[in-house]
Design a protein around this ligand. Sequence first.
Ligand code: ADP
Ligand code: MG
Length: 325
Amino acid sequence: MTEQFDDSDILIRTSKLTKLFLASKFGILDRLTGVKPLYVRAVDGVNINIKRRSTVVLVGESGSGKTTMGRLLVTIEKPTSGEIFYGDLPLSKNFKAVREQVQIVYQNPFESLDPRMDISAIVEEPLLGKKISKEERKERVKQSLESVGLDYSYVYFRKAKDLSGGQRQRVALARAIISNPKFIVLDEPTSALDASIQSQVLNLLVDIKEKFGYTYLVITHNMMVTKYIADEVYVMYAGKIIETGSVDIIMKSPKHPYTQLLLKSIPSLENRKLEPMVGEPPSLINPPSGCRFNPRCPYAFDRCRMEEPELKEVESGHWVACHLY
Ligand SMILES: Nc1ncnc2c1ncn2[C@@H]1O[C@H](COP(=O)(O)OP(=O)(O)O)[C@@H](O)[C@H]1O
Ligand SMILES: [Mg+2]
């Protein structure tokens, strides 16, 4: 079973992946009185392909369903419907093997690391319950910490509170890689860090990926991070993928008005004015009818308010869900 996970060119693929959360507590009284439950459509029919050893970036504003998507891919959340394939097999057929080969690193290393634990114990945690000798454990903790550029003898006995933000994010990474995963979800890996540290951590991510052959899903709201690290880009809006293509295509010829607006938030030589996006992402409980972006779209016309656009291939490898095309 694991072999299939090893062989095919596409490491992970999703088909109509959907996750609904109950919007509020729904009790027996509600059921008896005929109240209909309300759902948050966090991930709504998403198809993505992640090639082995590639970096796929999922980009979009806060509240668009990115973290939920990442948690689904690393089996922390269970899909409401749809399917995730690892290699050629659906998750249900190789759950145990997949669980061992996926990891997630969360946005905020201040919250995700237990402040009372020694760094060495934090990093060792994924190995608990495995039949590994004490010496080997120690050796692997040391190797993991050194792989992420930390000095073992300096950090191993310290606590998370004794370290800087960048060092803590490195510890979180060391913990993620100690079990030799194939696939790592990095959820906003640099957004809690100072600007000067961000590029160091991005460089480190690229280095260890090359060294160990990882496949990444990087989640971000930041187009600069996307441009720096992505091979393929998926733009997510209100639970849906609205545009996808290679990083070159998305940076040079974005077609969806939302992607174009996201790109305007990158400072550059030609574009010195930052243009913050107007309006807010819609409620995922009762999303707008038609195109979910229509209330904020400068080009919306009647059809956009009535009919939801499907993802269509507008040029080779470039897919857009927009009635303009
Ligand atoms: N466990 C949960 N229970 C209820 N709603 C949730 C839960 N997790 C996420 N949501 C909701 O799902 C939506 C998408 O959230 P999230 O995946 O965190 O988006 P993003 O990472 O893009 O900010 C939000 O409206 C959020 O409130
Ligand atoms: Mg998030």
